[in-house]
Design a protein around this ligand. Structure first.
Ligand SMILES: Cc1cc2nc3c(=O)[nH]c(=O)nc-3n(C[C@H](O)[C@H](O)[C@H](O)COP(=O)(O)OP(=O)(O)OC[C@H]3O[C@@H](n4cnc5c(N)ncnc54)[C@H](O)[C@@H]3O)c2cc1C
Length: 434
């Protein structure tokens, strides 16, 4: 039976149970209040608590309600931008630090998974960035050279070498990045929450922060049924900024991404598709992603949201995409469909904001949040402890509205629909290759 709950889709079905957390009722005091129960907030809470700091996390809805519970689960090394683009935007010193810290971010993710025995279908066999065109292959060559210059274990495979790893002849080659891997994203968030709780952090859900004010050298965070007095605040709400922080949406470009999961693949074809269990995505402007879950379902994603009529449009595209890329399962049925909102910036660089005395925020990982969220949560915890700007590999800024953000969001959405429809007209993509 097809599940059309649209929020967390497959991930909500297969994540292990999380112990229930209470909401905020009455008045609480803490050294550090953390707003947002995704990777950033949970990692901050965990690292603060492990360091002996009193930390209290407040989530508007449920743990993993935002991007953390909806994403593809690719634990990527580095940002979506090529290293040279990061340097062009941030300069040599800051750029190289950001590249190096985020390039190593999967190490932190997998070490936490191991240390806290987080059950999240974790696999670290690398990822495959697949060339959808000869131009895409050339761009991957540049990526390979830039990462190899920095000592990263990445290697470009030609189409013959890549085909058996992907299980498809539809691509012109692929960049294998051995630093990376995949997780069940919501289960990873649950595991961080449990680890933070076990380390002593207080976690509260169903408690949106509806206002925040400075009172007697202290931050006063109001929720519908209580309030929290905090010496310092970490804001970690990304693309799901809401209630007191709704205005922050204006600093981001909204970018929706959907996924459809098939039934578990039949045994006889399972080993023909991504047999090494690498997560994969392609170089197209309207990109597509492909990965398996632990039960052997194929999860296909691309740009767009799947509410109302868009559900069937994008689902049909997903079915055609599967038939084109993996013809061995062309009639497989789809069981889950959902989408989420990615926080993007103009220049694809995340932002680190100082919002007031001991009030910091990080946002906009531009679709790369599992590693960066885990790392920046830890960095913010250290920043509040040490007060040293030097540990943050980003400029310290104030939020700034994005010009015509709504229009840009619509442009992505409309572009994705036209692209997915156009592929219908030509009956599949990579026609030349196949
Ligand atoms: C569809 C999709 C696919 C993606 N694929 C990948 C991928 O494969 N790999 C990867 O690395 N990244 C991916 N990302 C990006 C990644 O999911 C995000 O960058 C990451 O979730 C950000 O983590 P976070 O903790 O900063 O924010 P979030 O996970 O978005 O959490 C923010 C939380 O803040 C809460 N909140 C908001 N307002 C308030 C308030 N007023 N009071 C209290 N709480 C509040 C929200 O309810 C939410 O739970 C993807 C994102 C999406 C949406």
């Amino acid at each position: 039976m097809e599940d059309k709950t649209l929020s967390h889709g497959l991930w909500a079905k297969t994540a292990p149970a999380l112990p229930p957390f209470n909401s905020i009722e009455g008045e609480y005091k803490t050294d550090v209040a953390i707003i947002g129960g995704g990777y950033t907030g949970l990692s901050a809470a965990l690292h603060l608590a492990e360091d002996g700091t009193d930390a209290l996390l407040i989530e508007a809805k449920e743990i993993g309600f935002g991007g953390a519970g909806r994403n593809v689960g690719l634990v990527n090394a580095g940002l979506w931008l090529m290293p040279s683009d990061v340097i062009a935007r941030l300069g040599n010193e800051l750029g190289e630090r950001l590249i190096s810290i985020l390039g190593a971010s999967p190490d932190l993710v997998y070490s936490l998974i191991e240390k806290h025995t987080i059950q999240c279908e974790a696999i670290r066999n690398g990822t495959l960035h697949c060339a959808h065109s000869p131009g895409g292959y050339n761009a991957l060559k540049q990526r390979e050279a830039q990462w190899q210059d920095r000592g990263a274990p990445v290697s470009l495979l030609n189409s013959e070498e890549a085909a058996p790893l992907i299980g498809s002849k539809a691509f012109f080659g692929a960049l294998l990045d051995k630093r990376a891997g995949t997780v069940q994203p919501l289960a990873y968030a649950y595991g961080l929450a449990k680890a933070a709780h076990d380390a002593g952090a207080r976690i509260h859900v169903n408690s949106p922060v509806i206002s925040i004010n400075r009172d007697h050298n202290c931050w006063n965070l109001k929720t519908p049924k209580g309030n929290v007095l905090a010496k310092a605040v970490i804001l970690a709400v990304q693309g799901y900024a809401d209630y007191a922080f709704k205005e922050l949406e204006k600093n981001l470009i909204p970018f929706n991404y959907f996924q459809f999961a098939t039934q578990p693949l039949p045994e006889k074809v399972r080993n023909t598709i991504l047999p090494g269990k690498q997560g994969a995505w392609d170089t197209a402007l309207i990109l597509s992603s492909y990965r398996l879950d632990q039960a052997g379902r194929l999860i296909v994603g691309s740009v767009g949201q799947v509410e109302n009529m868009a559900y069937s449009l994008h689902k049909k595209w997903a079915q055609r995409s599967i038939a084109t890329v993996f013809p061995q399962i062309k009639n497989i049925s789809i069981e889950h469909g959902w989408h989420g909102r990615i926080a993007m910036t103009n220049d694809h660089i995340p932002r680190f904001h100082i919002l007031g005395p001991d009030f910091v925020s990080v946002t906009s990982y531009n679709g790369r949040g599992i590693g960066p969220g885990t790392v920046f949560g830890k960095l913010m915890a250290n920043y509040l402890k040490e007060g040293s700007k030097a540990i943050i590999p980003l400029p310290l800024t104030k939020p700034k509205k994005v010009f015509m953000r709504g229009l840009r969001g619509l442009f992505y959405e409309a572009g994705a629909r036209i692209y997915h429809l156009a592929q219908h007209q030509i009956n599949g993509f990579n026609q030349n290759k196949i």
